[in-house]
Design a protein around this ligand. Sequence first.
Ligand code: SF4
Length: 116
Amino acid sequence: MQATVAGKVDVILHDGEGIEIRDYKTSDTVVTEDDASMQIRLYARGLAVIGEQVCSESIAFLEDATVIPVPVSEEMLFKAEQNAEKLISGTMNREFIPCPGDQCKACDYVRICRFV
Ligand code: SF4
């Protein structure tokens, strides 16, 4: 499968041992913690390809002034990559399985959606 996942890391923090990557989320960002974790793990995967070793990851929720660490391990990065491949494959095969959740609150179709 050939696909490109595009995105950019908000902040790269350097310390003595490696780098930490952080993603910032605002209140108008409709994303679950799991989805945000997957996003940042894919960034780590991409950085590894260019030789940058990510030691830690975090998500900062600006409205709450909280920073949540995202566990990073080879197994978790591999799972995130597999999950992305599964989603891309589903999209390319026109499989759109509904997955109602927190994101429905900001969805334009919530009032007519039969899955909520
Ligand atoms: S309201 Fe329906 S269409 Fe909108 S995000 Fe939720 S499940 Fe998807």
